[in-house]
Design a protein around this ligand. Structure first.
Ligand code: AGP
Length: 609
C-alpha cells in the first residue's frame, strides 16, 4: 500500500505534494520521491527512509513548480532503496509515473521491453509502466496511458506526468484507491482525501477502470475504452484524522475490514486454481528440495505463532512432513533438533521481533533452510532469511494484529498445498479444489463483514465480564488462542484460549454463570466433540457464545448466542472464525473506552527480549 499525491495549479506543487505525502506516510514509509516540471524539464528527487529525508533534500533547493507528483512507498517488489523509490522515469526523462499496486505480469512485460533494448534501473514491477507509456506516446499523454492499461494485469493507482504536456496530470485506477480533489484554478489527486483536506473538500472518487486527465481548470474522466464517465463530486466532511482511517473509528477496525482486500493482494498472482498452480515469487524451491525436507519448524511470537499453529494441521495433514511450532523465545533457548534437512519458517509481521530474529540466527547456525513470512519489506528477518514471502498487507497500524494474521495463513496454506502436490500427496484435482476454496475466502469474509450487528450486541452483554474462556479444536484451537489474545490485549480482560478437549483436565472448574465460554463449533470432523464440550460447560452454568457454520440448526439448543460464519471447508474455517473474534474483542474494548490502536504496555513490534 503506497501513498500518491499530485497537484496542478497556481500554488507551488512542491509544498502541496510534500504536505500530502506527510499525511499519507501511514500508507507506507520506507522511501519517497517527488517529480515536478520546471521549464519543460522533469526534476526528480527520491530518498530512502522516512519522508523527512526527502523533504530536507528538496526544500533546500527552493524548487518552484506548478505541477508535480509524489509517492511514499510500502515496498512489495524490490527492497526499499533510492533506485526503487518512485517516481520512475523513462530513459529519455520525458515521462514519469508514480504507482500504487502490483503489476502481476511485470516479468513478462519486462522481458518484452528488454528484447526491444529497454534498460531498467530498478527492481520494481512499477517501472515497466513508464516504459510502456513512453513506447506508446505520440502526442497525447492521455491516449498513451489509456493505450497501455489493457496490457497491465494487476492493481494500480497511477499518476503520470510528461514534460511535453506540463499542463496536465493523467491518472488511472484499478483495485487501488485514487481520489481527485477539485479546487478553484487548481486540482489535486491523492490515494485518499487525508492529503487534500486543507485545500478542498470536493472530491471525485475514481472507480476501477477510470482514466482521468487533470488540468488546473478541468477534470475529464473516461474509461479504458475512452467513453466519458460522469463522476459525482462529493463534499467530504470527515476530519483529517478520520480520513486516515477512511472514516473508521480506529485503525484496528479499518484493518479488520481491509481483510478481503489484503487477502486478495496476498493471493494475487500467486495461486492459479484453474491450472492447479502456486507460483510464489522468489521461492524457487526445486521439487527435490521439497522432497528432501524431513521436518518443518515454524517459529514465531503472539498472533504470528497462532498462524503457525494453524498451519501445522495443514502441513501435517497434506504434506505428511512432521511439523513443530515453537514460541520463538522458547525455541532460541532450547536445543531444537535441527539439521540441513530441516526447514525453519519464521512468521513475523514486523520482521523485527527480537526473539524470532534470534531463532532465525540459531536455525541458520544449524545449516537449516530458512523461510520468512513477513509484512515489512527489507526488515531484519526478511533480509536474514534465505527465502522470504511477503504478506503485502500494507502497514498494519493497530498494535493488535488482524489483517496480517489472515494473510500469514494464506501464505502458509499456499505452501502446504503446493508442497503436498509436489510430494505426490495431493492430487491435482484436489489441489485445484483447495486453491479455489482459498481464492474464494476474501469474498466469504466480505459477506460476513456485511452483517456484524450481532457482535456489537454480544459485546454489550459481556462487556463487564472479568474472565473469558475460548475453546476450539483442530485448526480452530489456535483460533481460540488468537481470539483470547485479541480480547486480552486490547480490553485488558483476562481471557484464556484452550483446546476444547482439555476442559475436563482442569479449565471446567472455572465454569460458572460469570464465565462466558466462546466455543468455535463450525461443521468439521470434530463437530460432535465440540458440541459435547459445549454441553459440559452449559450444564455447569456457563454462558455459551458459539461460532457456528451458517444453517447449523443443531447448535441452536446448545448455545446462548450463535454467531454464524460462512460455511467453508473445515481446513479453511480459521479464515472465517477469526474475524468475529477480532470484532468481538474490538467492540468490547471500545465499550470499555480502551485505547484500541495503542493498548497499554504494548508495542507494535517487540524488538527487545
Ligand atoms: C498480536 O496482536 C500482537 N500484535 C503481538 O502478539 C504480535 O503478534 C507479536 O508481537 C509478533 O509480532 P511479529 O508478527 O511482528 O513478529
Amino acid at each position: 500500500m503506497c501513498g500518491i499525491v499530485g497537484y496542478i495549479g497556481k500554488r507551488n506543487s512542491v509544498d502541496v505534494v510534500l504536505y500530502g505525502l506527510g499525511k499519507l506516510e501511514y500508507r507506507g514509509y520506507d522511501s519517497s520521491g517527488i517529480a515536478v516540471v520546471v521549464d519543460k524539464k522533469l526534476q526528480i528527487r527520491k530518498k530512502v527512509g522516512r519522508l523527512y529525508n526527502l523533504k530536507s533534500d528538496v526544500l533546500k533547493d527552493h524548487i518552484i513548480a506548478n505541477v508535480g507528483l509524489g509517492h511514499t512507498r510500502w515496498a512489495t517488489h524490490g527492497k526499499p532503496s533510492e533506485i526503487n523509490a518512485h517516481p520512475h522515469v523513462d530513459s529519455a526523462e520525458s515521462i514519469v509515473i508514480v504507482h500504487n499496486g502490483i503489476v502481476e505480469n511485470y516479468v513478462k512485460l519486462r522481458s518484452e521491453l528488454l528484447k526491444f533494448g529497454q534498460e531498467f534501473k530498478s527492481e520494481t514491477d512499477s517501472e515497466v509502466i513508464v516504459h510502456l507509456i513512453k513506447r506508446n506516446y505520440k502526442s497525447s499523454l492521455f491516449r498513451a496511458v489509456q493505450g497501455v492499461l489493457s496490457e497491465i494485469k494487476g492493481s494500480y493507482a497511477l499518476g503520470v506526468l510528461c514534460k511535453y504536456e506540463p499542463d496536465k496530470i493523467v491518472c488511472a485506477r484499478q483495485d487501488a484507491p485514487l481520489v481527485i480533489g477539485i479546487g478553484k484554478g487548481e486540482n489535486f489527486v491523492a490515494s485518499d482525501v487525508t492529503a487534500l483536506l486543507p485545500y478542498t473538500r470536493n472530491m471525485i472518487f475514481l472507480e476501477d477502470g477510470d482514466v482521468a486527465e487533470i488540468t488546473s481548470e478541468k477534470v475529464i474522466v473516461r474509461d479504458i475504452e475512452g467513453n466519458m464517465k460522469n463522476r459525482e463530486i462529493r463534499n467530504i466532511q470527515w476530519s483529517a484524522t478520520q480520513t486516515k482511517k477512511d472514516g473508521y473509528k480506529h485503525f484496528m477496525l479499518k484493518e479488520i475490514f481491509e481483510q478481503p482486500q489484503t487477502l486478495k493482494e496476498t493471493l494475487r498472482c500467486r495461486i492459479y486454481p484453474s491450472e492447479g498452480r502456486v507460483r510464489i515469487e522468489g521461492i524457487e524451491f526445486k521439487d527435490e528440495d521439497i522432497k528432501n525436507i524431513s521436518n518443518i519448524h515454524i517459529v514465531a511470537c503472539g498472533t504470528s505463532y497462532h498462524a503457525g499453529l494453524v498451519s501445522k494441521f495443514l502441513f501435517e495433514n497434506f504434506t505428511e512432513v512432521p511439523t513443530e511450532v515453537d514460541i520463538a523465545s522458547e525455541f532460541r533457548y532450547g536445543n531444537p533438533i535441527l539439521n540441513e534437512k530441516s526447514l525453519v519458517i519464521l512468521v513475523s509481521q514486523s520482521g523485527e521481533t527480537a526473539d524470532t530474529l534470534a531463532a532465525l540466527k540459531l536455525a541458520k547456525s544449524k545449516n537449516c533452510m530458512t523461510l520468512a513470512v513477513c509484512n515489512v519489506v527489507g526488515s531484519s528477518i526478511s533480509r536474514e532469511a534465505e527465502y522470504v514471502i511477503y504478506t503485502r498487507c500494507g502497514p498494519e497500524i493497530g498494535v493488535a494484529s488482524t489483517k496480517t494474521f489472515t494473510s500469514q495463513l494464506a501464505i502458509l496454506y499456499m505452501l502446504a498445498f503446493d508442497w503436498a502436490n509436489k510430494k505426490g500427496k495431493l492430487a491435482e484435482k484436489k489441489l485445484k479444489e483447495y486453491l479455489n476454496e482459498l481464492y474464494e475466502i476474501p469474498l466469504k469474509i466480505s459477506k460476513f463483514l456485511n452483517n456484524i450487528k450481532l457482535l456489537k450486541d454480544i459485546a454489550k452483554v459481556f462487556v463487564n465480564k472479568r474472565d473469558f474462556l475460548y475453546v476450539g479444536r483442530h485448526v480452530n484451537y489456535p483460533v481460540a488462542l488468537e481470539g483470547a489474545l485479541k480480547l486480552k490485549e486490547i480490553s485488558y480482560i483476562h481471557a484464556e484460549g484452550y483446546a476444547a478437549g482439555e476442559m475436563k483436565h482442569g479449565p471446567i472448574a472455572l465454569i460458572d454463570e460469570s464465565m462466558p465460554v466462546v466455543a468455535i463449533a463450525v461443521k468439521s470432523r470434530v463437530y460432535e466433540k465440540i458440541i459435547s464440550n459445549i454441553e459440559e460447560a452449559k450444564s455447569r452454568g456457563g454462558t455459551i457464545v458459539a461460532l457456528a457454520s451458517e444453517c447449523d440448526e443443531e447448535i441452536v439448543t446448545k448455545s446462548d448466542y450463535i454467531i454464524y460464519v460462512p460455511k467453508v471447508n473445515e481446513f479453511m474455517s480459521p479464515f472465517v472464525t477469526v474475524v468475529p473474534l477480532q470484532l468481538l474483542a474490538y467492540y468490547v474494548a471500545v465499550l470499555l473506552g480502551c485505547d484500541v490502536d495503542q493498548p497499554r504496555n504494548l508495542a507494535k513490534s517487540v524488538t527487545v527480549e
